[in-house]
Design a protein around this ligand. Structure first.
Ligand SMILES: Nc1ncnc2c1ncn2[C@@H]1O[C@H](COP(=O)(O)OP(=O)(O)OP(=O)(O)O)[C@@H](O)[C@H]1O
Ligand SMILES: [Mg+2]
Length: 371
């Protein structure tokens, strides 16, 4: 087979060994329009021709070998499907990662098939690469979803055992006519009921599109409610919760339930981060409010807990990401981010490993929707 093909990558009838067909230009146009990458390669993996999609995303193939064009590296891939097809004439499929000329990585499924002459000799190999990055992303999410459902079923099973324990204590208290036992059992029932309803509400929240119930509220008041809710349980773990509320944050148009959920999730995470931190004598969670630019409302939840390692920080807002094993569902920040998006707001964080973390929720100024 002769040297490299025309630099524009156009199929021409005189390009022997490719398609000895006067209509090659017509075929070329059709191949150019395909939404996948098509190349023709010789035994040395020189790219003899590429279609329009391939030239657009990977550039001019002239003088390049397959792995060079596709940004894989300077040496050929192990188990190269094109070489396998040259060796036995069969069709091979393989999943690979390619890098476009502007640095984007994509997962593709590659098919290699032989192009033969009239005597059945393999002249070249046609390789098609179909971008399956979005399918892979969905696949990853489904795997995560499966793991999460299994994890949640496990957590719910544990909670059910807690419920059973509570019911047993209540029944025993009734039998023994001991109000203290009944009270103790009932508290166990309520605690575990609360846990289950929390998980179920989070799942329902994530599973549908929802318009926030915007109302003119006093954000500091919601912060105080959340503070009251958590301060005792925090104290039981030796964690103090402090408030630093700016009086100027006295009115904003926000969904009160949404803000309550955001704060509860952030405070729960902050407390968890303190609970597992064994290095500090005193643990503190601080909830702050302040006005932002353009009359935004900014709410911060800061802790001096374990902090977030660099390798974890990129995954924090991923669906179902948790570092807490059975004890977490990875729904907290997912719900939080959804609520912030519904408000056209944002949630960010800064953290120093082993020192602590601050989450910053910014609610932009909004008008009440017209009645
Ligand atoms: N303040 C924080 N300090 C350290 N790590 C944090 C903090 N907040 C969140 N994280 C990390 O982010 C992960 C995801 O948090 P998220 O609230 O989404 O899920 P979770 O707390 O693990 O489970 P769930 O909230 O559903 O019970 C946590 O598992 C933890 O690793
Ligand atoms: Mg959480």
């Amino acid at each position: 087979m002769s040297g490299p093909f025309p630099s524009q990558g156009r199929l021409r009838s005189e390009d022997r060994g490719i398609m000895n067909d006067p209509r090659s230009d017509e075929y070329g146009k059709i191949l150019d329009a395909l939404p996948c990458y098509v190349t023709l390669q010789d035994r040395e993996l020189n790219v003899l021709w590429s279609n329009g999609s391939c030239r657009r995303d990977f550039g001019d193939p002239a003088g390049k070998r397959c792995h060079e064009l596709y940004g894989i590296g300077t040496s050929r891939c192990p188990d190269c499907p094109v070489q396998q097809t040259f060796a036995d004439g069969l069709v091979y499929n393989r999943e690979m990662t390619l890098t476009t000329r502007d640095g984007q990585r994509m997962t593709v499924i590659v098919h290699s098939s032989p192009v033969r002459d009239e005597n059945g000799q393999i002249l070249s190999v046609l390789e098609t690469a179909v971008n399956i990055t979005s399918i892979k992303d969905i696949q990853k999410q489904l795997i995560l979803l499966g793991q999460t459902v299994a994890g949640m079923a496990h957590s719910i099973k544990n909670i059910m055992m807690g419920l059973e324990g509570g019911i047993y204590v209540v029944n025993k208290g009734i039998e023994d006519k001991k109000p203290d036992e009944i009270k103790e059992g009932w508290e166990m029932v309520l605690l575990n009921f609360d846990k289950i309803s929390h998980i179920v509400k989070d799942i329902l929240y994530c599973s549908k599109e929802r318009e926030p119930d915007l109302q003119n509220i006093k954000p500091n008041e919601i912060v105080r409610q959340v503070y009251k809710l958590f301060k005792d349980v925090a104290a039981s773990y030796g964690i103090s919760i402090k408030l630093d509320l700016d009086d100027n944050v006295n009115s904003a148009v926000i969904d009160p339930q949404g803000l309550h959920t955001v704060l509860s999730n952030l405070v729960t995470n902050a407390m968890d981060a303190c609970k597992i931190d064994l290095w500090k004598d005193e643990h503190l969670v601080e909830i702050r409010t302040r006005p932002g630019s353009n009359s935004a409302t900014i709410i911060e939840v800061a802790d001096n807990g374990i902090g977030i390692d660099k390798d974890l920080s990129g995954h924090m807002f991923e669906d179902f990401f948790t570092s807490k094993g059975d004890k977490g569902t990875g729904l907290g920040l997912m719900v939080t981010q959804k609520i912030m998006r519904e408000h056209d707001g944002s949630i960010t964080f800064r953290s120093r490993p082993s020192e602590g973390t601050t989450f910053v929720a910014t609610f932009p100024r909004k008008e009440l929707p017209e009645a």
